[in-house]
Design a protein around this ligand. Structure first.
Ligand SMILES: Cc1cc2nc3c(=O)[nH]c(=O)nc-3n(C[C@H](O)[C@H](O)[C@H](O)COP(=O)(O)OP(=O)(O)OC[C@H]3O[C@@H](n4cnc5c(N)ncnc54)[C@H](O)[C@@H]3O)c2cc1C
Length: 177
């Protein structure tokens, strides 16, 4: 995988290597976290020289993806590293609820800011980040909707005949939800 923010010059000839009659980006270009000396260019998976098993490539891709997001927030939004680095996940409604939670979370982010940053900017960004975290809460009906959508997507990849056999087999245990 190659992640490209599109904001850099094309790699120069010395960043390519010949292998098996083909031309590849030099895997030595990438550091441990996928970054390269070419501004805005990251490499992940076997392209970055990690082991080629899919599970390893996917994990490395996720690791590098986090750094791409962090770098974007740092450069484009002016966030300081601990704030830019924080990527949260979807969470049950109620975990991040209320004004008090928002204030505490924002305060924690403010504490990580370097002194030289403008106070008003830091306070505003910290509250925006806390609000974004709150917006990632999802309620029970939304969890159910996403679960069903995921199950249907899985079914799209299973042979229809197998699905019919499966549902008509009396020995198959019933699973709901
Ligand atoms: C023959 C073979 C057998 C393998 N067997 C196994 C196995 O049994 N188990 C296992 O775990 N791993 C196996 N692997 C390794 C596994 O396939 C790779 O590690 C994995 O696919 C790497 O994922 P990736 O996303 O980094 O790259 P890729 O899967 O190569 O995906 C890169 C994608 O980018 C696209 N692309 C390339 N250039 C451009 C461009 N300029 N613009 C837009 N798109 C572009 C390509 O078309 C491709 O879809 C095997 C690999 C090979 C070659």
């Amino acid at each position: 995988m190659v992640a490209d923010s599109g904001s850099h010059e094309a790699p120069t000839r010395r960043e390519y290597v010949k292998y098996g009659g083909e031309t590849w980006l030099d895997p030595d270009l990438a550091g441990e976290r996928g970054g390269t000396p070419v501004d805005g260019l990251w490499l992940a998976g076997p392209t970055a020289g990690v082991e080629s098993q899919i599970a390893v490539a996917v994990g490395h891709g996720a690791r590098v993806g986090l750094d791409v997001v962090t770098d974007y927030r740092r450069v484009e939004e002016g966030l300081w590293v601990p704030a830019a680095d924080h990527t949260d996940w979807v969470i049950q409604q109620g975990r991040y609820a209320g004004h008090d939670w928002l204030e505490r979370s924002a305060e924690y982010t403010v504490e990580s800011a370097p002194d030289e940053l403008d106070d008003e900017f830091v306070q505003r960004k910290a509250r925006e980040l806390a609000k974004q975290q709150q917006d990632q809460q999802i309620n029970e009906p939304e969890v159910e909707r996403r679960t069903e959508r995921a199950h249907r997507r899985l079914l799209d990849h299973v042979d229809d005949e197998l699905i019919r056999d499966y549902v008509s087999d009396p020995d198959v245990p019933e699973v709901t939800g």
